[in-house]
Design a protein around this ligand. Structure first.
Ligand code: OFO
Length: 166
C-alpha cells in the first residue's frame, strides 16, 4: 500500500506528465503551423510518450491501493517566437520533471517504500535520455547557422533525427 505523502506526490507527478504531454502537443502544433514538418512529427510522438508516462503512474497508484486522480490541467504556451525557443522550453520542462522525480525518489527512501522507488527508476532512466535529447537539439543551433540559406530547413531535419537515434 502507499503512504499518503507518496500517493499525493505520485498524483502530482502524474499531473506533471500529463502537462508535459500537453506542452509537447502545443509545441508540435506550433511547429506544424510554421512549416517545421519533421520536428513537428517528433514532438507529436513526444506528446504521446508523455501521455504514456502519465498513464503508467496513474495506474500504479491504483495498483498499490491508492486513488489515481484525473488531473485538471492548466493552460499551456501556444505560441513561440522562434524554433530555438521551442527546444529551450522543452529542455526546461524536462529538467523540471527530472527534479520532481528525484524529489519523490528521496521521499520513497525516507519512507522505506522500495516498491515505488523501484517503479520510479524507469523514470530516472527515461529522464536521462530525454534531457540528453533536449540538450542535443540545442547543440544543433550552435552547429547550424539559422540565418544561412537552408539553416531552418536543416535544423528541422537534424533535430527530428535525434529521437530516432536511440
Ligand atoms: Fe519527460 O517527462 Fe515523462 O518522464
Amino acid at each position: 500500500s502507499l503512504k499518503e505523502d507518496i500517493e499525493i506526490a505520485l498524483n502530482g507527478q502524474a499531473k506533471m506528465e500529463a502537462e508535459a504531454s500537453n506542452k509537447y502537443l502545443a509545441m508540435a502544433s506550433w511547429l506544424e503551423r510554421n512549416g517545421f514538418e519533421r520536428t513537428s512529427e517528433y514532438l507529436y510522438r513526444q506528446a504521446e510518450e508523455e501521455r504514456e508516462h502519465f498513464l503508467k503512474i496513474f495506474r500504479y497508484i491504483n495498483e498499490m491501493g491508492g486513488a489515481a486522480i484525473t488531473p485538471s490541467l492548466g493552460e499551456v504556451q501556444q505560441e513561440y517566437p522562434d524554433l530555438r525557443s521551442v527546444f529551450e522550453a522543452a529542455l526546461h520542462s524536462e529538467i523540471a520533471v527530472t527534479n520532481s522525480i528525484n524529489r519523490i525518489v528521496g521521499l520513497c527512501r525516507a519512507n522505506n517504500d522500495y516498491a515505488t522507488e523501484d517503479f520510479l527508476m524507469w523514470y530516472v532512466k527515461e529522464q536521462r535520455e530525454e534531457e540528453k535529447n533536449a540538450r542535443r537539439a540545442l547543440e544543433l543551433f550552435d552547429l547550424i547557422d539559422v540565418n544561412s540559406a537552408n539553416g531552418l530547413y536543416l535544423l528541422d531535419k537534424e533535430i527530428a533525427k535525434i529521437g530516432r537515434e536511440e
